[in-house]
Write a protein that binds this ligand. Structure first.
Ligand SMILES: [Zn+2]
Length: 179
């Protein structure tokens, strides 16, 4: 959020930080606009990578509107990125998204928090939203560190998303052969 490259944001509560009030460790990063408070309400949220929408809905009042995208990395792992407390969701379940595509807007989970994006990264091929604070080992990865490791992977390695292919076909007026 902030921009397609995450500029103009800060991490208010980092991954695996202990939160005594909530009684557990934080399972993601809390990304806020640099203006603080609710200045980032309604800001666009961008897909971190090409992916498939495997969940789009409101699993609980605490999570609010939430999107889960599945991605395949260049080394064949399946990672999922999770975006929570959204004000709105802009992608359909089962839709393909491209890296940098707007998938929703920053929200407050219906007034439960000051506006921010709760962002998680899971290593999983199943769908489990889990809890925001835990005291046990989970399949959650450090979002910032993991993305840092994967950043710069050749596009050819990651593969084009269906949305990119469709756009390329439209742009170049290509015809898909039908047999
Ligand atoms: Zn959070």
């Amino acid at each position: 959020m902030g921009s397609a490259h995450g500029a103009f944001t800060y991490n208010a509560q980092s991954f695996w930080e202990m939160n005594a009030r909530r009684g557990g460790r934080h399972t993601g990063d809390d990304i806020n606009g640099i203006g603080g408070m609710n200045t980032d309400l309604g800001d666009p949220v961008y897909a971190v990578a090409n992916g498939l929408v495997v969940y789009a809905g409101e699993p609980s009042p605490g999570w609010g509107k939430t999107i889960l995208l599945a991605h395949r990395t260049h080394d064949g792992r399946i990672l999922q990125s999770m975006y929570s407390h959204l004000d709105s969701i802009a992608v359909p379940l089962d839709g393909f998204v491209s890296r940098g595509q707007v998938i929703g807007k920053v929200g407050t989970a219906d007034g439960r928090y000051l506006a921010h994006l709760h962002f998680e990264l899971h290593e999983a091929d199943g769908i489990s939203l889990g809890a925001g604070y835990v005291n046990y080992r989970t399949n959650r990865l450090d979002p910032t560190g993991t993305i840092g490791q994967l950043r710069g992977s050749p596009t050819a390695d990651l593969g084009l998303s269906v949305a990119q292919i469709v756009r390329q076909i439209e742009r170049e007026n290509l015809v898909i052969p039908i047999r």
